[in-house]
Ligand binder design. Structure first.
Ligand SMILES: [Zn+2]
Length: 182
């Protein structure tokens, strides 16, 4: 088990498109080790609720979701899931702006940056689970939000690509906005 270095912008690797895993790769010891490392890396910080393999430098379509209460969202319920080859099959309704940050997008002092990013409130996804079973699921709320952010990572997209640069705020400004109910 190793806490990995999280790549941050402008690292070009974050822009790579991750490739899908084969069934034997999903079950390999090497993949299991990488997943354990991603969990450890997420646990090492207090804000992250999801991380894709490219964020630790591996261009593979692996996403680990570890929803938990965070300083910004203290009321979240715990939810862990590994997603291989995650993709959106269908979206429902219109996009709605939702606050998000990313462990790979920091300011010069190493603090997370935030913005309200348009995301679908409900999506249907396809993926393979940790034991390689092909699954589909319709998810909504915060999990739908997190999965859209992670699918973007798999495709080399960061949340800062989806909004005007002037909409990006510091942690402090984000907290103020939250308190004022924005
Ligand atoms: Zn991210």
């Amino acid at each position: 088990m190793t806490i990995r270095k999280v790549l941050t912008t402008p690292d070009k690797k974050l822009r790579s498109r991750s490739r899908e895993l084969t069934m034997p790769e999903m079950k390999s010891a090497k993949t299991k080790e990488l997943i354990t490392d991603i969990y450890e890396t997420l646990n090492d910080g207090e804000y992250g609720v999801g991380m894709s393999a490219i964020q630790v430098g591996e261009p593979l379509a692996i996403t680990v979701v570890m929803i938990r209460p965070t300083p910004n969202r203290p009321n979240l319920n715990y939810y862990n899931q590994v997603y291989f080859n995650l993709k959106i099959l269908k979206t429902f309704g219109e996009k709605k702006p939702m606050w998000e940050g990313c462990c790979s997008v920091l300011d010069d002092n190493g603090n997370l940056l935030y913005a309200k990013v348009p995301r679908y409130e409900r999506i249907k996804v396809k993926y393979c689970n940790e034991i390689g079973e092909i699954c589909t699921a319709t998810v909504d709320g915060f999990l739908a939000h997190v999965l859209q952010h992670e699918i973007d990572h798999i495709n080399g997209i960061l949340f800062t690509d989806l909004i005007p640069i002037t909409n990006i705020v510091s942690q402090e400004e984000y907290r103020k906005a939250q308190k004022s109910g924005y």
